[in-house]
Write a protein that binds this ligand. Structure first.
Ligand code: AVJ
Ligand code: FE
Length: 434
């Protein structure tokens, strides 16, 4: 970012913030006020909480911290503090009603666009390359994905529509790709808007392994179901077995069996499960059990990143599987352009140097790894983004889904969640030792 002129950086920040707000507006105007304040699932916040939380986070970081302004409405901070109230309790908080939440978020944004012209984009890690603005654009896009999960959990007719993703073709593709043994650079110290947990860049020695060319599809997952995978304790981690027995789980979330075929509900539409699409809405336990049944295992996080970024010719780690250039609609299924993953074998232009497909976009991919800091990690700019989640409770997901915007997705980006989670846009691919 050192050589990028300040005007370009400002434009990039404004564009990222504007794109995020356009998406937030779509997600919060396609249903009525009653639906904005309703609890669609105890797993999620009311949509109107996310809306004002987005504005509050932007106010705290860009207006108060960066620009040194006084709080606009200090009394609402605690209502929108994610650590003070669990999602299930948020419907009973004194939330700003939809019109006020909208006005608050847009008031904050107006002031941000005003100060951005006068903020130097150098002189400290929060300002350098407009990091704080990029962080807030990513935060809003992350909540947009969260709101899209709420939309998926919501009952009733479709509120959102999108064209189908491009077709896929796996003919001629090998089932798996060999990633040779050797060092590679994991993480980044140069990506300007990378978040604290992606830093710093460091070397890892990774033994050779094989990884699936494409994510595991619904069709492949149905073989696991048909083979009695959900009723055979051998395949399951103890806590996963406990979860599927207690909750009587026998298929991915949103699937149901009717008239001898599997149907699924996706954003208010019920349809036959498409066999060639990556499987979606599975927990880490379901992914782990499938892999064991298949005689394979989940890739570790470092294996995933090496498969995605390592260029054996230059020995360098790329920003994305296809190279260092930004994501485009030809390279990856990102940004809610489509409301589903593309079939396996799509996006040949997104292929990694080693030949692995669809690593970025489509479905978040569970890895075998716990969410841990890299050597040399430093919490920045706040401990509650990553540091408080490090440990063995959360598993890492990589690569982003169709619901992630490109600004919050790259080869180094790390997501994490509890291994029981199924409402997220999660899938997986498998690996094996050589
Ligand atoms: C990185 C997606 C796990 O949604 O909990 C949003 C992102 N952090 N607000 C989450 C986040 C604070 C975070 N994830
Ligand atoms: Fe947040």
């Amino acid at each position: 970012a050192a050589g990028i002129p300040a005007e370009r950086l400002r434009l990039r920040a404004v564009e990222a913030l504007t794109a995020a707000r356009d998406r937030t507006a779509l997600l919060t105007t396609c249903v009525d006020d009653h639906e904005l304040t309703a609890q669609h699932s105890p797993l999620m916040s009311p949509l109107v909480w996310d809306l004002a939380h987005i504005g509050n986070q932007e106010e705290q970081w860009l207006l108060r911290t960066v620009a040194g302004r006084d709080a606009i409405r200090p009394e609402i901070d605690s209502v929108y503090d994610a650590f003070e109230h669990p999602r299930s309790a948020r419907p009973t908080l004194p939330l700003l009603p939809p019109a006020e939440a909208r006005a608050y978020a847009s008031d904050v944004r107006g002031r941000v666009l005003d100060i951005i012209e006068r903020t130097p984009l150098h002189g400290g890690p929060l300002l350098d390359a407009g990091f704080a603005f990029g962080m807030i654009a990513q935060h809003e896009q992350q909540h947009d994905e969260t709101m899209l999960i709420t939309h998926q959990l919501r009952r009733g007719p479709a509120a959102l529509t999108a064209p189908p993703p491009p077709a896929g073709d796996t003919t001629g593709l090998p089932a798996e790709v060999l990633v040779p043994a050797g060092h590679f650079t994991m993480g980044t110290s140069t990506e300007p808007w990378a978040l604290d947990n992606e830093r710093p860049a460091h070397q890892r020695l990774v033994p050779a392994f094989f990884i699936d060319t494409v994510p595991v599809t619904n069709g492949a997952f149905q073989h696991f179901i048909d083979d009695g995978g959900y009723t055979d304790e051998r395949w399951w981690a103890p806590a996963g077995w406990e979860q599927i027995r207690t909750h009587d789980i026998g298929a991915p979330l949103f699937w149901r069996r009717e008239g001898g075929q599997w149907l699924r509900r996706a954003f208010g539409v019920v349809e036959p499960v498409p066999a060639d699409e990556p499987v979606l809405h599975v927990s880490w336990y379901e992914a782990d059990a499938y892999a064991r049944w298949a005689g394979r295992r989940l890739p570790s996080e470092e294996e995933w990143e090496k498969a995605a970024r390592h260029d054996p010719v230059s020995g360098r780690s790329l920003r994305y599987p296809w190279g260092d250039d930004e994501a485009t609609p030809e390279r990856a299924n990102l940004g809610q352009r489509h409301l589903r993953p593309a079939p396996a074998g799509s996006y040949p232009k997104g292929v990694s140097p080693l030949g692995v497909r669809q690593l970025i976009g489509d479905v978040w991919e569970w890895t075998s790894s716990d969410f841990l800091p890299y050597p040399g990690f430093a919490a920045f700019p706040y401990r509650e983004y990553s540091e408080v989640f490090f440990g063995s409770a959360h598993k890492v997901l990589r690569g982003g889904s169709f619901a992630v915007d490109a600004v919050a997705c790259r080869g180094t980006f790390r997501n994490w969640d509890l291994p029981v989670r199924r409402q997220i846009f999660s899938g997986f691919r498998t690996a094996r030792d050589v």
